[in-house]
Design a protein around this ligand. Structure first.
Ligand code: NIG
Ligand code: FE
Length: 395
């Protein structure tokens, strides 16, 4: 992280950064809006590279059960968990899903997130998976959010196929033959993800889906080694996936494989906190040369945290990243894992003018005062899209 003191940023009318440098050298412009940041720190808009934001219903009762000791995987095995959200998502109308997701994105943006990856995976049938992805597109086109869509039809085996012989393999085949081709034909996603873990999909099934997705032109990323050492990280390295996410249960050989293959490691410390699981060893990943990303995993079950600013602080306290590593992980590295680093993630000419003006003169207060409403002004594409309660700068 390179910090400039007494700096100015100039953006054009189309929302691109044109110039960055010492305020004293700033080119003079006759028109346009001027925002006086009054010595406050300015960071790039945060990039949340892993969320499951489109869902119906809620799982607050499960949260209470888990806080009393019930096990996340046992709830899922009994037909709750992801499957409960699938029932509620199928039952929700498009407008209900759209309105609920828009409110979530507005709250995330108020905390500093200006780009957000969003996965499907609470449909688990052709129609509802496509509906989820169309809502992402509507949030971009109608509501002006910067989103990236990922098809996660391989989030779980749908209830209809769970007690059927070869049900999981039939679902894998349906994903490959029906769902992914439809997603690609309608240009509804850029990425394909698989929940490769205990109780979900094994590496052979995951490989089949991801290789097929790649042949269809989608990029690949995967949920790996969250619940157990089931081989997901190795598969990610083998496939040269853009990212392997979670990584609680990995060893030094897995880290070396990820580093050699240039796979990003996406840490989701909010999920460790909420599920009471161990923290992924972020320090060891950085030291092994793996590009580390930090994301929220925002979803109705395992982690509902919406503030990526809070999650990046957890990555310091839990995953043992330095504040600079955590900020880079939630901005530039996150953008790189989504192949968007030519557009977002840094404050540099040629990139989008996505900026967060903090209510402090030192960005490390994001970690020191984790959870405080420090985003006093959120700027996306050169336009102010959120104002915090603490902002008093003249417009
Ligand atoms: O990333 N691990 C799989 N999917 C989500 C949890 C989804 C849910 O519980 O609804 C995750 O943690
Ligand atoms: Fe996830």
């Amino acid at each position: 992280v390179a910090a400039l003191q007494h700096a100015s940023v100039l953006a054009d009318d189309d929302g691109w950064i044109r110039w960055v440098g010492p305020a004293a050298d700033a080119p003079t412009v006759s028109d346009g809006e001027r925002v006086d940041c009054r010595g406050r720190a300015v960071i790039p808009g945060l990039v949340d590279a892993h969320t499951h934001l489109v869902w119906g219903g809620h799982r607050r009762d499960e949260l209470e059960l888990r806080l009393r000791g019930a096990d996340y995987e046992a709830i899922f095995a009994a037909g709750g968990g992801i499957l409960a959200s699938v029932r509620a998502t199928r039952a929700a109308s498009d407008d209900e899903l759209h309105a609920a997701t828009r409110r979530r994105l507005e709250r995330m943006r108020a905390c500093g997130t200006t780009t957000c990856e969003i996965k499907s995976g609470y449909g688990l049938d052709l129609e509802t998976e496509l509906r989820q992805l169309r809502i992402v597109r509507r949030l971009e086109r109608e509501d002006g959010f910067q989103c990236v869509a990922t098809c996660l039809a391989a989030h779980a085996v749908p209830a209809e196929l769970r007690d059927v012989p070869q049900g999981a393999d039939r679902w894998v085949a349906q994903i490959c033959e029906e769902i992914l081709p439809a997603v690609v034909a309608q240009d509804l996603a850029r990425w394909c993800d698989v929940f490769c873990d205990r109780g979900a999909f094994d590496p052979a099934q995951s490989r089949k889906i991801l290789e097929h997705a790649r042949r269809l032109g989608l990029g690949v990323r995967l949920h790996a080694n969250e619940l157990g050492p089931t081989g997901g990280a190795r598969l990610a390295a083998d496939l040269g996936a853009a990212s392997a996410d979670h990584l609680l249960a990995i060893d030094a050989e897995d880290r070396a494989a990820l580093a050699a293959a240039g796979v990003c490691a996406t840490l989701l410390p909010g999920t460790s906190l909420v599920l009471g699981k161990p923290w992924a060893d972020g320090r060891a990943l950085v030291d092994a040369g793996v590009p580390v990303v930090v994301a929220s995993d925002c979803n109705p079950g395992s982690c509902g945290l919406e503030s990526l600013a809070l999650v990046l602080a957890l990555a310091c306290y839990g995953n043992r990243l330095t504040p600079a590593e955590a900020l880079c992980a939630a901005t530039h590295n996150a953008a790189a894992s989504l192949r968007l680093d030519h557009l977002v993630g840094r404050i540099e000419p040629g990139l989008r003018a996505d900026l967060v003006v903090l209510d402090t003169d030192d960005w490390r207060d994001l970690v020191a005062h984790a959870g405080s409403p420090l985003a006093s002004l959120v700027i996306q594409g050169g336009r102010i899209v959120a104002r915090g309660t603490t902002h008093d700068a003249a417009g």
